[in-house]
Ligand binder design. Structure first.
Ligand code: GDG
Length: 473
């Protein structure tokens, strides 16, 4: 038996230096968690995803890197991939599912490309699938895939997990009818459909009931071929990896460097991909309001704003970047002086050790998405604080807010109150910081990404087993 994991991106990184290409498997949270489950269950792991490299690069290098699991890249035609990924996935589904209907740029050609790409990936799975395998499909790029795999293999064990929110009916209905049906019927091809929160699971079941007219019984949909169980599975992080990083030599040196640079100041920190869902401008307005309302903090605080380049080829992202940069410039110009820069901004990623050094030197993590499936940054900040210091300010629009109950929650649109919460966080006593951190860490240690993957996969197996119509293997 093997686990076939499907996600748009493959957990691979490819570098070319001096005309020599090297491929390495990257160990992100998801990959390590599934790998750990596959080892425990003595199952092999095969990862299917869309290649962001040329087929001949793959053919030349595929045997020359140490593999912990098999990789099956799918090579898509450039135009098809643009319509499938940039347009339908990222300019229709991403925008709509995060409640930005006015950002949706729907066109039929992009939808047809999405349908075609899902069919091509289904064909790839079909080539490697063997009876008894579990197929775990990830995210909004492959909403049609579970149904297609089910058509080839009626008795397959299929789990589907959505990493972004599932919107309510009023938002979802905006899609053309054919797209709505394709998505809902597609997800219902799985034995288990998982979401980060019950709110999302409820939105999905409501859409199925209203659009497909299929009734549910306790989050279970019955079809002739199989049943689909719907549930909440909040994703998490590799807690120990973040907790244990605190004392690593390089992390300590980098933290000392940061603390040395800002020794007389408190640090507010945030890190996100460039994305309009992350509320980066809302955060800047709140920081500006905070400085206006609490001028005693001027020159005593610095906001380290790290933004990681993402989806720059999509118009809405470029637009957002310009607004962010205007805001940073305006705040620094109006509030700062030759001795003090209120917002220190970088539009570049940081490596893991620097990320931990920043997490662990920040008095406050200011995380303000206007809509977010989960938000792992919030969980990572908490997990990395072995010193039990720091305050998490977290938007209630992030899935993580349901679990991280000791965070200071904000509505990112309420600039005034968010400014007040920044002041509250900066003034919080060490005892109170410790109390909150300890409780959240206890929760995260218990609910890490390994538990999440194990729970999801064993529930997929259980749902498949319970399926009265499933053909016994
Ligand atoms: C989607 C959903 C859901 C970021 N910058 C750097 C860096 N990162 C890492 C963080 C974290 C990850 O990227 C970002 O995860 P998020 O969960 O915050 O956000 P999305 O990328 O939007 O992820 C989200 C997630 O899927 C999982 O289901 O939580 O809601 O939108 O791990 O650490 N890592 C390093 N340098 C950076 O500069 N090393």
């Amino acid at each position: 038996m093997k686990i076939i994991t499907v996600s748009y991106r493959l957990p691979l990184s490819i570098k070319t230096q001096n005309r020599k290409t090297t491929i390495t498997q990257s160990a992100g949270g998801l990959a390590t968690a599934i790998l750990s489950y596959s080892e425990k269950s003595e199952a092999d792991l095969t990862w299917v995803g869309v290649a962001d490299f040329e087929e001949n690069t793959w053919e030349k290098n595929k045997d020359s890197f140490p593999k912990t699991f098999d990789v099956e890249p799918v090579f898509l035609d450039k135009k098809l991939n643009k319509n499938f990924y940039n347009i339908f996935s990222n300019s229709v589904l991403w925008a709509l599912f995060h409640y930005f209907p006015s950002f949706v740029e729907y066109n039929d050609e992009a939808f047809e490309a999405y349908v075609a790409a899902n069919a091509i990936v289904a064909q790839k799975i079909n080539e490697i699938y063997e009876p008894g395998d579990i197929v775990w499909i990830h995210d909004y790029h492959f909403l049609g895939l579970a149904k297609l795999v089910r058509e080839y293999h009626p008795d397959a064990k299929i789990g589907f997990f959505l990493h972004i929110p599932f919107p309510n009916f009023e938002i979802f209905r905006i899609l053309p009818n054919k797209a709505k049906r394709y998505i809902l019927e597609g997800i219902l091809g799985a034995n288990l459909a998982g979401f980060h929160t019950w709110d999302n699971a409820i939105h999905f079941t409501e859409c199925v009931e209203k659009i497909l007219g299929l009734p549910q019984r306790s989050f279970l949909f019955s079809q002739d071929s199989h049943h689909t169980k719907v549930g909440s599975f909040p994703i998490s992080i590799d807690f120990d990896k973040f907790y244990d990083a605190y004392n690593r030599d390089n992390v300590v040196a980098l933290r000392d460097e940061i603390n040395g640079l800002y020794q007389d100041k408190k640090i507010i920190f945030s890190v996100d991909r460039l994305d309009y869902t992350k509320g980066i401008n809302n955060r800047l307005y709140a920081f500006e309001r905070f400085l206006e309302k609490y001028p005693e903090w001027k020159e005593k605080v610095v906001f380290l704003l790290v933004i990681v380049p993402s989806r720059e080829e999509i118009g809405k992202y470029g637009e957002r970047k310009k607004i962010i940069e205007l805001n940073v410039g305006r705040i620094n110009g109006a509030m700062g002086n030759y001795k003090w820069t209120p917002v220190v901004y970088q539009y570049q990623a940081v490596d893991f050790d620097r990320l931990i050094a920043l997490y662990t030197s920040a008095h406050v993590a200011l995380i303000s998405p206007v809509r977010d499936g989960m938000n792992l940054v919030a969980k990572e900040y908490v997990a990395s604080r072995q010193d039990k210091r720091g305050v998490l300010i977290l938007s209630s629009m992030a899935g993580a807010a349901k679990e991280l109950q000791e965070a200071i929650t904000i509505n990112p649109f309420d600039t005034e109150l968010t400014g007040d919460k920044i002041a509250l966080a900066l003034n919080m006593s060490e005892e109170e910081q410790e109390r909150r951190m300890e409780r959240m860490q206890k929760y995260l240690k218990k609910h890490d990404v390994f538990k999440w993957a194990t729970h999801f996969l064993s529930e997929t197996e259980a749902a498949h087993k319970q399926d009265t119509n499933a053909v016994p293997l």
